[in-house]
Design a protein around this ligand. Structure first.
Ligand code: AKG
Ligand code: FE2
Length: 421
């Protein structure tokens, strides 16, 4: 028997009235109680009646297949309807799903949409724009970055506050202001948010047009330097900016847990000696615009599409922790329950998010190549041969960290589309 829930009963009786706003409130009440299918039905009813907030929530449920079958096309149609009423959240969501170009074309409209959302004070849009401007070397854009981070922080975005505190403490894009940084840090620490590891990125590989918000600028494929032919390994310095490295660490930190490794025979994941790090996997449900933009640049730097990427994983190694020699391609058995139509893991891109004091290199024993961690640097390698068969030479390891900590972001890229958009 279910427990009585007077608040919900009140919403239900109110929803007998022909009021889309009340239907939406009931739907939200049902979401809060995890009654997703019923929530979907009420969202749909309010959406059909033209209520934009319900259209947006219905689209969200359809995008992620929550309470209903996943239907990306229909979700986008609902978002376009809500956007036509001038709703900034719809504009933001359309910008978000257009990254990658599958759900909606990734064209110049993305910039207008982000502008609309940031003018409405939406924190994730403010933060994404801040990080975008922060990649530009000129003083004015650096100043814009700081202002936007500040604005996002004031709107309650603690990741933006953390990025801002690092910039103020280190004098990035501004004169160092230890007092302001200290006050911000104290507020964050009171909320249980620790400072980030110190890191710097010397040179960002792509520079974009000064003064304008042109997100497509940040997606140009930067120059890769081949370091090994067999296996095929390349290195890209400065793929991510310091803000982007910090973003990934900050977003991953609350989700970290002991890493699992996949048992090749059973396809089951369990804690094993082969991989002693901790990691966080980013479900698309928790992604926002800045996280998607970073992943899009990582995928395109690897010569792949974002839809080919499995969920982003951030790994954290403490002293003594390592990822012993392994190959990233998977056995047919282990792929069976994980979108087999996407094929195998064709390529991997790993980006170092900081620099451990000693150790933590990525080693490729077959060619003898070792890549040193450096914040923002990517290492890209093929796991399959040109004919699609596994490349046994792709053996690689994350060597034990000796001093300090090591943070790394990995995208495993399949042969074909893996994500829904
Ligand atoms: O930590 C490293 O350097 C390697 C990580 C790795 O092999 C992976 O994420 O697949
Ligand atoms: Fe690996």
């Amino acid at each position: 028997m279910s427990t009585p829930d007077p608040a919900l009963e009140q919403l239900r009786s109110a929803a007998a009235e022909p009021s889309p706003q009340t239907w939406f409130q009931l739907a939200q009440g049902l979401v809060a109680r995890q009654a997703m299918e019923e929530a979907h039905d009420w969202h749909r009813r309010a959406a059909d009646a033209g209520f934009a907030p319900a259209q947006i929530e219905l689209a969200r449920m359809q995008l992620h297949g929550v309470g209903t079958e996943r239907n990306v096309e229909e979700a986008v149609a609902w978002l376009l309807r809500a956007e036509a009423t001038g709703h900034p959240v719809a504009a933001y969501m359309l910008a978000l799903v257009s990254v990658g170009g599958v759900a909606a074309p990734h064209d110049a409209r993305i910039n207008q949409r982000v502008m609309q959302a940031l003018n409405a004070g939406m924190a994730p849009a403010l933060r994404a724009a801040a990080i975008h401007f922060g990649r530009k070397a000129n003083a004015q854009d650096q100043q814009r970055c700081l202002q936007l981070l500040d604005h996002a922080a004031q709107r309650g975005d603690w990741v933006a506050a953390l990025l801002l505190s690092e910039r103020l403490a280190r004098g990035e894009g501004c004169a160092a202001d230890r007092d302001a940084a200290g006050r911000l840090r104290a507020r964050l620490e009171a909320g249980g948010i620790a400072p980030l590891p110190a890191l710097s990125v010397e040179d960002i590989a792509t520079r974009s047009t000064a003064g304008t918000l042109l997100l497509e600028d940040g997606l140009q494929a930067p120059l890769a330097r081949a370091v090994s032919e067999r296996p095929r390994v390349a290195v890209i310095d400065g793929l991510l900016s310091a803000d982007e490295c910090r973003l990934l660490i900050a977003a991953a930190r609350p989700m970290l847990h002991r890493s699992l490794a996949i048992d090749e025979r059973t396809g089951e994941a369990s804690a094993m000696q082969i991989r002693t790090s901790s990691d966080a996997s980013f479900d698309p449900l928790v992604e926002d615009l800045s996280l998607r933009l970073v992943q899009q640049r990582m995928a395109s730097a690897a010569g792949m599409e974002l839809v080919q990427a499995e969920h982003l994983v951030v790994l954290a190694y403490e002293p003594g922790q390592e990822y012993r020699p392994h190959r990233d391609y998977r056995s047919p058995e282990s792929l069976r329950d994980d979108v087999p139509e996407a094929g195998n893991r064709a390529r991997t891109i790993c980006v170092y998010l900081n620099e451990p004091e000693a150790g933590g290199e990525t080693a490729f024993p077959v060619s003898g190549v070792t890549v040193e961690p450096q914040a923002g640097r990517a290492v890209v390698f093929d796991n399959l041969l040109a004919d699609g068969s596994p490349d046994v030479d792709s053996l690689h390891a994350g060597l034990p960290v000796q001093h300090g900590e090591k943070w790394l972001a990995t995208l495993w890229l399949r042969e074909r589309g893996y994500r829904a958009y």
